[in-house]
Design a protein around this ligand. Structure first.
Ligand code: PLP
Length: 415
């Protein structure tokens, strides 16, 4: 195999078209496309490889197992995976490198295990994605790591949550399902002042909507399954960080033997190129649908940070540069049977987990059950113990989606 990338480039920022001045939409097109990885074609080929062959014994003796972007062995990846990691680094201002994981959940687990040890305490936002919560209670507890949940909207009470063993804080904004936007810069700064690493699950916004490291977070995590993949056909996760933490997390990921398939990396790269247009379109449609839902008598409240007047909108406007198609609403005085009729009557919305694909989805949820450890509902929220529905708006026509929701809201009350 004769393709040897120039050494010491790796999957770090500073690709050929480093594009420092370019806007994210342009960087999405350029990122990771180094000529030594793509050859004369536009995209890096899919390198299916376990064994990497060496020219001779001297070549083998020079091999560097821990260097990024140099051939060593299949578990360290090949140009297909390096190009994806490199592209994600180029999109994240302040990142030194990006690690790829086989799913979003494994990215969260890899990052937390990378920064925490037995005896440490982890603070987790009480609106976090359920698998993150159960990971803390089971996997981390089994490693001797203690988790305490905190109210993401209680800024004043946050310092009291720390003790001398607190080493990390896991944030998620907006929160899964309930969509609270928290003051990430303030929480990350308080964590830093107390010697704790702040990690943000930034799957909702992606770096296009929220520059996590630039806003003070130490580590940013994404489920690439959602917006980056974008077509509901792959699972992957990523973690980006500055140099010190990146190097630490890479050692842990290597110790865990984590590697992603080159086929999935190529699909993720393909998804990445159109992420900006897809997000712009689904954000605009989501806003149109959210505005319409707000006017419906069956709807008590729309939980969509992009919607003026909705909870979290002011912080979203202050900190975010974009949104996405994922938001929730709560029903006014209906029963679970009503909600089941509503969801079942939807024609264009599939019923399923995940989101960020080209197709719209709906899933029922109970807001009061998401927050298990801290006060609910937050001030100004009409969610209470009302029944929720989360929508992931895809790329369909906004008018068609609204018409579908209109007929389903009617069907809901036809017992
Ligand atoms: C889906 C999701 C994850 C997990 O990602 P997978 O790729 O499904 O493992 C993590 N965080 C958030 C906010 C998610 O929505």
């Amino acid at each position: 195999m004769g393709c040897r990338p120039r050494p010491a480039q790796g999957n770090r920022a500073g690709a050929l078209n480093s594009g420092k001045d370019h806007k994210p939409a342009t960087r999405l097109v350029e990122a990771g496309r180094r000529p030594e990885w793509t050859g004369p074609v536009v995209n890096p080929p899919v390198w299916r490889a376990s064994t990497h062959l060496y020219a001779d014994s001297a070549d083998l003796a020079r091999a560097r197992p821990n260097d990024d972007g140099t051939f060593y062995y299949g578990r360290r990846g090949a140009p297909t995976q390096w190009a994806l990691a490199d592209a994600l680094t180029a999109l994240e201002p302040g990142a030194y490198g990006t690690l790829l994981y086989p799913s979003g959940v494994s990215a969260i687990a890899g990052a937390l295990l990378g920064v925490l040890s037995a005896g440490d305490v982890l603070l987790v936002t009480d609106n976090a994605y359920e698998p993150s919560r159960s990971m803390a209670r089971n996997l981390l507890a089994g490693c001797g790591i203690e988790t305490r949940f905190f109210d993401p909207l209680d800024l004043a009470g946050f310092p009291d949550r720390f003790c001398e063993r607190t080493r990390a804080v896991l944030l998620e904004s907006p929160g899964s399902l309930t969509m609270e936007v928290c003051d990430v810069p303030a929480l990350a700064a308080m964590a830093r002042d107390r010697g704790a690493v702040s990690l943000l699950d930034n799957t909702w916004a992606s770096p296009l909507g929220f520059a996590a490291l630039a806003h003070g977070c130490d580590v940013t995590i994404m489920s690439l399954t959602k917006h980056v993949g974008g077509h509901s056909d792959l699972m992957m996760g990523s973690v980006s960080a500055g140099e010190g933490l990146y190097t630490r997390l890479r050692l842990k990921a290597q110790a865990l033997g984590l590697v992603v398939s080159p086929d999935d990396a190529a699909l993720a790269l393909r998804g990445l190129r159109t992420m900006c247009v897809r997000l712009d379109r689904s954000t605009a449609t989501a806003l149109e649908v959210a505005r319409w839902l707000e006017q419906q008598p069956q709807v008590a409240q729309v939980l969509c940070p992009m919607l003026p007047g909705a909870p979290g909108h002011d912080l979203w406007r202050r900190d975010f540069t974009g949104g996405c198609g994922l938001f929730s609403f709560v029903l006014e005085g209906r029963t679970p049977a009503h909600r089941a009729r509503l969801v079942d009557a939807l024609d264009l919305f599939g019923i399923g987990f995940s989101w960020g694909g080209f197709e719209s989805l709906a899933i029922p949820f109970d807001p009061a059950r998401v927050r298990s450890e801290t006060a609910w509902p937050p001030a100004g929220w009409q969610a209470g113990d009302k029944l929720g529905v989360r929508l992931s708006i895809g790329l369909e026509d906004a008018g068609d989606l609204i018409a579908d929701l209109a007929q389903a809201l009617e069907a809901m009350d036809e017992a």
